[in-house]
Unconditional design. Structure first.
Length: 199
């Protein structure tokens, strides 16, 4: 059955990005500190090299992914990953207005203007029996508030950023409880934690 999951690499003080989109070099060191190479489907994103424990987890979760949901900000910031997301599935982009250079959806990108519920519905349609992966930050917050989120993954790295963007910014209602961790995997320079949303 399709699950809707989100996740992000996070500092010890709870940030997925530092001030002014800084800190990614520190947060994502674990993407290049191992001996196991995982290829990228994006022409603009190189393969990652992970520790064996991280690679086993990432391969399984990427293999279970059927579609992604991201916001227009990330789509623009990454320059659409050079035309294809590294995980090699269709990316649903939630936006107020579709890009002028993308008049139609294709196997790489679908654009939705009807809100988070419509974006997740489109991603479920594309994913079939596989999982829908929702980008952290604003998309994750909207999914959690709409009751659409099933699981959360945290890649906890040993760095303190001091300030920045949290995984669930400005939630309308707190506290929110989770069950777990349902999995704990120790990689090199990262601890992978998985939780279920308590409903």
């Amino acid at each position: 059955m399709t699950k809707v999951v989100t996740g992000a690499t996070m500092s010890l003080d709870g940030y997925i990005a530092g001030p002014d989109e800084s800190g990614f070099d520190l947060l994502f060191q674990w993407y290049g500190n191992g001996d196991v190479e995982i290829p990228s489907a994006s022409p603009a994103v190189p393969p990652v090299r992970l520790s064996a424990a991280s690679a086993e987890l990432v391969r399984r979760e990427w293999g279970n992914a059927g579609a992604l949901v991201v916001g227009r900000y990330l789509y623009d910031m990454t320059n659409a990953w050079g035309g294809r997301h590294p995980i090699d599935v269709t990316t649903v982009v939630l936006t107020h207005r579709r890009p002028d250079d993308r008049p139609e959806d294709d196997e790489n990108f679908a654009f939705v203007t009807g809100g988070i519920e419509a974006a997740v519905a489109k991603a479920r349609e594309l994913a079939g029996e596989k999982d829908v992966i929702v980008n952290g930050g604003e998309m994750a917050r909207q999914c959690l508030e709409a009751g659409l989120l099933d699981e959360v993954g945290v890649e906890l790295v040993p760095v303190v950023l001091g300030a920045g963007k949290p995984l669930f910014p400005s939630l309308a209602s707190t506290p929110v409880e989770f069950e777990g961790p349902t999995a704990v995997v120790q990689g090199t320079g990262v601890t992978h934690l998985r939780y279920r949303v308590k409903k």
